[in-house]
Design a binder for this molecule. Structure first.
Ligand code: SAM
Length: 262
């Protein structure tokens, strides 16, 4: 993937929705078009980020000491290693993203001696990723890992075999590991808005978005066991303050879950 300032960039678009400053006019214009069709897009992005942090805190509380954050995005407030440190100061975090813009920011801001590593890689080649020296030297794959695939799988089309990719990851990690993900669902009755929203993403660096059914999203977990409350709308997963994200309930476009390998 190369840097193109004229094409809306997925990581910068998301940064804009989270209130960050690492975005360009072209990214902001794309999000403005998205919001015309999906008015809740910005609160959903923020609910997604808040879920990521709650899930990481939960895993750290359950004893997970290594994290693989795949499709990590631009560093922002409450990065995974910062959240983990609240519970476990010695935890290790590997961030992975294929975007050179993310790589430049992440290397400057995230890498800390011995505790945090950033790897620029395509997660569609998971076996290669897991075999890179940064990962093999840093993580102990015989111990549990928290694998994070948060707001990423819906940007991967079926033709690229996201299910096969996730299976490689599930098979590679030790018992006691967790898979955490969020995923957009096809939501019924709003086809027009969804089609228009997909068009915005088709014109961006990601090349498209693919909402899936609840059953398809559940299948990404394979035989891992979902922790309570299961696969639910993102704001309903172990909320810190039930019912206070935004003034209105968020539409259920985004599912969230965490599951453990037996
Ligand atoms: C919407 S952001 C999600 C950021 C973060 N996971 C979160 O939920 O807060 C999606 C990120 O996935 C990255 N990404 C998309 N396709 C990828 C791929 N094939 N390999 C690696 N990273 C990818 C993008 O560059 C972007 O930074």
């Amino acid at each position: 993937m190369s840097f193109d300032p004229n094409t809306p960039n997925l990581a910068r678009m998301y940064d804009y929705m989270l209130g960050g400053k690492d975005n360009l006019t072209v990214d902001r214009a794309a999000i403005d078009r998205l919001v015309e069709h999906i008015p809740a897009a910005v609160p959903l992005a923020r609910a997604n980020r808040a879920f990521l942090q709650r899930a990481v805190r939960h895993l750290a509380g359950a004893g997970v000491r290594q994290f693989l954050d795949l499709g990590s995005g631009l560093p922002t407030q409450g990065n995974v290693h910062e959240v983990v440190r609240e519970v476990s100061p010695d935890a290790k975090v590997v961030y992975v993203d294929h975007d050179p813009v993310v790589a430049a920011h992440a290397r400057a801001l995230l890498e800390e001696q011995g505790k945090v590593v950033f790897v620029q890689a395509d997660l569609l080649r998971p076996a290669e990723l897991l075999a890179t020296p940064e990962v093999t030297d840093f993580l102990d794959l015989s111990e549990p890992v928290g694998v994070l695939l948060v707001s990423i799988l819906h940007f991967i089309q079926d033709a690229a075999d996201p299910a096969g990719m996730v299976k490689v990851l599930r098979d590679a990690v030790a018992p006691g590991s967790y898979l955490v993900l969020t995923h957009a669902v096809e939501t019924l009755g709003r086809e027009q808005a969804e089609e228009s929203a997909k068009k915005v993403y088709r014109g961006s660096s990601t090349g498209g978005a693919a909402g899936r059914s609840l059953a398809e999203v559940r299948a990404f977990f394979g035989d891992f066991e979902l922790v309570e409350p299961g696969l639910v709308h993102v704001a309903d997963w172990r909320p810190d303050h039930p019912g206070v994200i935004g003034d209105e309930p968020l539409p259920g476009y985004l599912l969230a879950g965490a599951a453990k390998k037996a």
